[in-house]
Design a binder for this molecule. Structure first.
Ligand code: SF4
Length: 396
């Protein structure tokens, strides 16, 4: 978007790429837009992203906003260079059938590169507004992904993260329906110089056989998986219309650790989904310990207009918040326990801004030496300090 805007002479415009996943995200977006206008009375303010895609007119009605652009149009050069006269330009996202790779040469100030391999989602989990912002599932062809990864590796990136809204559904819309595992295998073969690959959130029951083989055998695939867990109680999972049950997640974690005993897990969890009792919530707490999950992304349930869960009996906001706080507290404990296991070990760290970085298992490390971001260094971890490991650099 930045490159397209610059080409169109809009390098000084302020672009808001909004999120719609919770009410709070939307509230913050509106607040930031108003603040930006106060602080930059003459700048062009352009709003795009999921919140703008789902509710374009409300953003169009904000006097602070100059233009609203939909999620599909925002990545097309002509949207920026041949701007239509109307303030709001948003098309039907459900009609979008393809997603293109966007050749990005780098990411400002980041040591890891994020490559979107898939977009949209064909599922309709009852709490989720995302498909209405992103459309149906579509995948980037394998060759385009390999080309993008190659370009990033050539420009110095040592780690690539494959992202998507529902990455485990990768490939179903492509000729020959390659699976996510097949695509990764091919990309790793085509780009042998890529040292590290990581994956974003996986649907636990949709890990394909090729991906399992990679988890077992491929050292360049990092020993860190993030699961779209959402809840640990079967009744809540059914009401969420998820495709897994509690036991499925336990089995996935066990299987992954049978291949790689050091596997670290992250998980997305919602606290206070409609009808969730204290006992049901307890199952979410229990599964974190049972599966020994480390990196928790906790969201208090947020009702999104137009979703089935918004019409279910809601829990009071303070209960949702209080449960989210308990889950986060457990997450902190789990992270401390995990860090302890990683003290006095030799690890490879990709250096990020401010002399910090992440190990293969995604443990955050503070280095004892000034190193240029982007470098892959070997460290000896010495102790834990403030939720991070301290690392003594021993080589690069
Ligand atoms: S699979 Fe993920 S993106 Fe798709 S509807 Fe469910 S929660 Fe939303």
């Amino acid at each position: 978007m930045r490159a397209h805007a610059s080409k169109a002479g809009l390098e000084d415009a302020i672009i808001f790429n909004t999120c719609a996943v919770t009410k709070e995200a939307e509230r913050q977006a509106r607040q930031a837009i108003r603040r930006a206008r106060r602080e930059n009375p003459n700048a062009k303010i352009i709003v795009t992203g999921c919140a703008a895609q789902i509710d374009p007119d409300s953003y169009g009605a904000m006097p602070e906003v100059d233009r609203v652009i939909g999620n599909d149009l925002k990545l097309k050069e002509e949207t920026w260079t041949d701007a239509p006269p109307e303030k709001v330009a948003v098309n039907d996202i459900m009609a979008v059938k393809e997603t293109a790779a966007h050749l990005i040469e780098g990411f400002d100030g980041r040591a890891r590169a994020f490559v979107q391999v898939q977009n949209g989602c064909d599922h309709r989990c009852t709490f989720c507004i995302i498909p209405y912002g992103r459309g149906n599932s579509r995948s980037v062809p394998m060759g385009e992904i390999a080309q993008q990864v190659k370009a990033l590796v050539e420009s110095g990136y040592k780690e690539v993260v494959f992202t998507g809204v529902d990455v485990t559904s990768y490939g179903a819309d492509l000729p020959g329906s390659p699976s996510l595992g097949q695509m990764i295998r091919r990309v790793l073969a085509l780009v042998p110089d890529l040292p590290r690959l990581r994956l974003s959130s996986l649907d636990p029951v949709e890990i394909d056989d090729d991906l399992w083989r990679l988890i077992a055998e491929e050292p360049r695939l990092m020993p860190h998986l993030h699961l779209s867990l959402q809840a640990g109680d079967d009744m809540i999972l059914k009401r969420m219309k998820r495709r897994h049950l509690r036991q499925d997640v336990i089995d996935v974690c066990e299987r992954a650790r049978s291949y790689r005993p050091d596997m670290a897990f992250g998980a997305d969890i919602i606290a206070g989904f409609p009808t969730e009792t204290e006992e049901m919530f307890d199952n979410s707490l229990k599964i974190v310990e049972e599966c020994d999950l480390t990196f928790l992304h906790v969201f208090p349930y947020s009702a999104r207009k137009g979703t089935p869960a918004a019409k279910m009996p809601q829990l009071p906001g303070d209960i949702r918040k209080e449960r989210a706080a308990r889950l986060r507290e457990l997450g902190d404990k789990q992270q401390q326990k995990f860090l302890k296991l990683h003290v006095k070990q030799q690890r490879q760290v990709i250096v990020e801004k401010g002399n910090v970085g992440h190990t293969e298992h995604f443990a955050p490390v503070r280095l004892d030496k000034e190193i240029e971001p982007g470098h892959l260094v070997t460290v000896k971890t010495t102790k834990i300090d403030g939720g991070m490991l301290c690392g003594h650099v021993v080589g690069n």
